[in-house]
Design a protein around this ligand. Sequence first.
Ligand code: 0A1
Ligand code: ZN
Length: 889
Amino acid sequence: MREGTAALIRREDYVAPAYWIRTVDLTFDLDPAKTLVTSKMKVERNAAVPHGPLRLHGEELNLLRVLIDGESVSFRQEGHELIIESAPDADFSLEIRNTCAPEKNTSLSGLYTSGGGFFTQCEAEGFRRITYFLDRPDVMAVYTVTLRADKAKYPVLLSNGNLLETADLDNGRHLAKWHDPFPKPSYLFALVAADLVSREQRIRTRAGKDHLLQVYVRRGDLEKTEHAMNSLVASIVWDEARFGLPLDLERFMVVGVSDFNMGAMENKGLNIFNTSALLASPATATDADFSRIESIVAHEYFHNWTGNRVTCRDWFQLSLKEGLTVFRDQEFSMDMAATPSARAVCRIQDVRQLRAVQFPEDSGAMAHPVRPDSYVEINNFYTPTVYEKGSEVVRMYQTLVGRKGFEAGIKLYFERHDGQAVTCDDFAAAIADANPGSALSTRLEAFKRWYAQSGTPRVQARGSYDAAAQTFTLTLKQHNPATAGQPGKLPQVIPVTMGLLSREGQVLPLQLQGEAAPVGTERVLVLDEAEQTFVFTGVATEPVPSLLRGFSAPVVLDDGLSDAELLVLLKHDADAFNRWEASQRLALNRILQAVRTGEALVLDTDYLEAMRAVLRDPQLDAAFKELALTLPGEGYVAEQLDVVDPQEIHAAVEAAYQQLAAALADDWAAAYEAHQVKAGYEPSPVQSGQRALANLALSMLVLHATRTGDTVWPGRAYQRFKDATNMTERLGALAALVNAHAELAEPALQRFHALFKHEALVVDKWFALQARASEDGGKTFARVKQLLQHPDFTLKNPNRARSLLASLCMFNPAAFHRSDAAGYVLWAEQVLLLDGINPQLAGRVARAMDRWTVLAEPYRSAAREAIARVAAKPELSNDVREIVERALA
Ligand code: 0A1
Ligand code: ZN
């Protein structure tokens, strides 16, 4: 745990380093208790900045010696810095020896042990926990790494780049020497020493070069790596085809580890993955897992260019690599989806995720711009804003300059910056310069407010039709509410992709005043002032506007459309995203009405019939139906309200589900029967759509049955649970029983645990399912308390800790926010416990309280008290302290 009060680091204080490290030769004598690290560096003074001491970062290290040009040199240690005042002016060699203690490293940052092997995680500032270094992304060096370890325990020794040499040593030890020809920042360094096996594949890229791909996992997990390997090959092919970016390494390695703080890490040539983001078999992983693995494998691979070949100058520029790489992995998933409808499903899922996690962040205590201005602990800024909103910003570049223009911009970006550490401004300039005169280039400075202003802009759209003049006047207004630390905002550049439909659902041609002829049936309006008016001419009939198609900007849209107009969009819009959006708005309107008035929720016939029509529509894909028929999440409903009572929201959403289940009972049964997948398991969009809809139908049928006392559907669900041949169906059936609180839930849960107790990733699902179960009079919360004592539960493994704590505190508002404050007491207790083990993870769980100020009483006061209790602990990590102090600010 870090001590003391930590300094605020500000973007505007950036200065280039006083020294460069050009090469580094590292030798590791690996031992779990005490690993010896020898680092030999070639160092150069940076003539561009004033002469100063050499200050190296180091944390939790035991320093043995420091030599400059082979001679010992005087130095001092201050906090986490090693300072050498008398470094030479001319280039010099610097040798440092230190030890570290991998097995004591429960933070999983730096060098640590997991499952009897050694692994590293260096982003953002983990390298300084391995050896003293200029641990900042603008210092790029060429690494040569020698690993020495016991051969029987650690037969596989890996590091970045190419293998130069292996040899046997005395005492049963062996050695491997690696060299990475690409200069890289320290955060991309990695090593692995463990007893692993690998799946291998050779591929030839377009240039005719051969490459070796390897996926390393624990013995026994090999058959679960096929999907990851296929995803890697598909990613390599896609990046060459779409962006002309080839694999630049002879060997590309991926390694799975079960103790890992995040999804995965893009270390050059040696990606390290949380096993949850790597391993999949039909029996143990769901369709959602398969698709998550595909996108994370792609994400890490795409970083090889966007992140590694061109990296970030400083951590404030994190979105330069993350926003761009999320955009690339989202585009990849959409391209892999093949059909237009499957592409829309991808987009809907991405937007749903953005709204569920990034929108609340942007209006809460931790609101920050895509390019933050300051931080205490950089680990707290690996956020949905930097990643997902950052990706939306990149998507808007593409919308403003077109797909070809964007590709040209990316080309120019690499021509200018390959091998450099750069800023978001450099990226913006490249895209704009490649597209002179475009809607982007003419507004570049204003566009860049997306990097500087936090908060989700509100866009209000109102249309008026003049039948005599045959004009439709659309007025768009924007407003970005005040957010933490940002009271006033300037207008942003908001691309609004749109079309017009007749009331009968026909597409209408689009001609703006002043234009000689209509220009297609879909276009992008650019809103860049507080208020703008667009007049469409030649509009023969009163239209229904379809705005923000494909979610063309990360804003909240108030289009003022009536239910009747939403129903037109739901049925006829050419844009599948907006059809889905209409379904959600119809549901949201009804839920909000109930919550705001305190009246019981009643789903009217219009809504129910519209949903029945969706369910029965032979033209619609199952995946789309499932998304349209799933109600907005409780968190998203909460986002629409100024004062939030999580219990009232839960009651309204539950009532809506029950009524949807009851009113459409026969259709649900028909949909369930019609969407049984008979063919062998494939995680394809078609099959997973069918399974998703069948699972939703089953959950509706079981829910309805438990209310009416019918035992047939719970019985069928139990049977399906028992007989399922894949995890998607098995977990779907189990969830249907658990969420409906069916009697058969208990035996099913027990059976599930017995079946999978040796599959850690499945046990995580078992915990998560129970912690996310629909709350029913406190039963779910009581269950979580019990599960904290379960022999399989531990805070030391991040996946396991998250499966219970994040599931309860962040994804189950009704179970967490209790009038007796017991949820907050549990939160405070567990955050403090976790902070002593893994501050990064503790910081993440701490964020469950980000939005406490909007809670209704008695939740609000109780939440405040719990946060204050955590903040009062003198020995908090920077991670947790920054979160709780911002919450209380
Ligand atoms: N760069 C990785 C995410 C990552 C960040 C930090 C980590 O440890 C503190 C680990 C991974 C990515 O975007 O995939
Ligand atoms: Zn990333």
